[in-house]
Design a binder for this molecule. Structure first.
Ligand code: MG
Length: 424
């Protein structure tokens, strides 16, 4: 065969071993999960019979906006496209809204992106982590959530968590801001001001740092302790809080500042080495990029479904690896198993991983979402099945339909003693 004939015969061969797929249908699945959740999932169905993928678009606070964006804007655009082109679909979907990012757009991107990775893995007969480079650790370490009204109760809860196998444990003293609240009626209040409990920054700095001293005195230094300030402090109070916690060797302190005040992290670095976890509320890479580049934070706390899915999460993990920061992907009370499964695949395949927030659900959720990742002795395990390894029983989800939230689903806000809003 001469050269001209060889080129001709190569061009006649199919470009890849598998036939080209198209997206045949896109379904938005809305459910309470049989409990208190406001979950939205996306199912992308391909031209290959039985081949589909699922993704999470969960947003408890703007649920209906996400549903409308999926049904009215993503679905008609996605129909007929090639699901193998994950990166191109991500980029073009990201830019087709012209205005980039934002919580609703990111949820839409995430749902699509996870479902596409699920399809590709299922088609390849490989778990998504194998497509991302393979496992780099045996399982994914998670941090537990414990709390107590005071140091004694919190210490007891930490010891119980340690005994159950967790090494990383987040400690809160009641609800977010707990330890910093003045009870109803206490403190000097303005006429017409709030009558219930109110938040006070200086009280928080003083009481919570003292409680952590007491917890360490009781439990020692075996447990790797975390704490979430949930943006309740400002400026030098945030720096002072981290400085006071320094001798207590925290694993991290989370969101000691609101995302509007990131410039203060350089001042925190100047006064202490308490590790900083930041980014639960980030919706744009420009928020975490300078912090990682300038070594101002230690852990990036994004939720995978909050930043656009597996594609940007893997890039973020790689950036963390390069700059020496770590991921600590967010989970949380209202979050869902599909998002945790997506985080698992990035976590287990990424050297830039630091820790994963745990989440757990009632039995009804495990039945509705078979393949939900499981935590045993502080480690998160997937099931090694192709794709994300998780599925959704649509008939069961339909038995628990999402209904309109009469309150609109707002995030609960705390107030300061003068009645002003405290950033959450
Ligand atoms: Mg948080």
């Amino acid at each position: 065969m001469n050269r001209r004939h060889l080129v001709k015969s190569l061009l006649a061969m199919p470009a890849a071993g598998l036939p080209r797929l198209t997206i045949k249908d896109v379904k938005v699945i809305k459910t309470t999960g049989g409990a208190r959740y406001r979950w939205v999932f996306l199912k992308i169905i391909t031209s290959e019979p039985g081949l589909y993928g699922i993704g999470s678009a969960n947003n408890a606070f703007q649920t209906d906006a996400v549903i409308a964006a999926l049904e009215s804007h993503l679905k008609p655009w996605l129909m007929g496209k090639d699901p193998d082109q994950i990166e191109d679909l991500w980029q073009s979907s990201h830019l087709k809204t012209y205005w980039r990012n934002g919580p609703v757009n990111n949820n839409v991107l995430s749902a699509m992106d996870m479902a596409l990775w699920d399809i590709k893995g299922t088609r390849a007969g490989m778990p998504v982590y194998d497509l991302l480079g393979g496992k780099v650790r045996g399982a994914v370490p998670c941090y537990d959530h414990v709390g107590g009204a005071d140091a004694a109760a919190a210490s007891e809860a930490v010891l119980k968590s340690l005994a159950s196998g967790y090494r990383h444990i987040r400690v809160q003293f009641g609800a977010y801001g707990g330890g910093g609240f003045l009870p109803a009626g206490q403190g000097s209040r303005p006429e017409g001001g709030p009558m219930g409990q109110v938040f006070d920054e200086e009280v928080y700095v003083e009481r919570v740092s003292k409680m952590f001293e007491q917890v360490r005195a009781k439990i020692g230094f075996e447990a790797k302790l975390c704490h979430d300030v949930h943006s309740h402090l400002t400026g030098m109070n945030a720096a002072e809080f981290c400085r006071r916690l320094q001798p207590l060797q925290m694993f991290f302190v989370e969101d000691v500042l609101a995302p509007e005040q990131l410039a203060w992290y350089k001042h925190i670095r100047q006064v202490c080495t308490t590790p900083q976890a930041v980014g639960e509320l980030f919706t744009h890479p420009f928020e975490y990029l300078p912090l990682i580049h300038d070594r101002l934070i230690d852990f990036v706390r994004c939720r995978v479904s909050g930043i656009g899915g597996i594609t940007p999460a893997k890039k973020l993990a790689t950036m963390c690896e390069i700059y020496g920061a770590k991921t600590a992907f967010q989970e949380g009370g209202e979050n869902d198993p599909v998002n945790l499964a997506a985080a698992y695949h990035v976590d287990i395949s990424s050297p830039g991983f630091g820790i994963q927030e745990e989440n757990h659900w009632p039995a009804v959720v495990h039945e509705m979402l078979p393949g939900t990742p499981e935590i045993r002795k502080g480690y998160l395990y997937g099931n090694g099945k192709p794709g994300l390894g998780i599925d959704i029983d649509e008939a069961m989800a339909a038995k628990f339909p999402l209904t309109a939230d009469p309150s609109g689903g707002p995030y609960r806000l705390d107030r300061a003693v003068d009645g002003s809003v405290v950033k959450p």
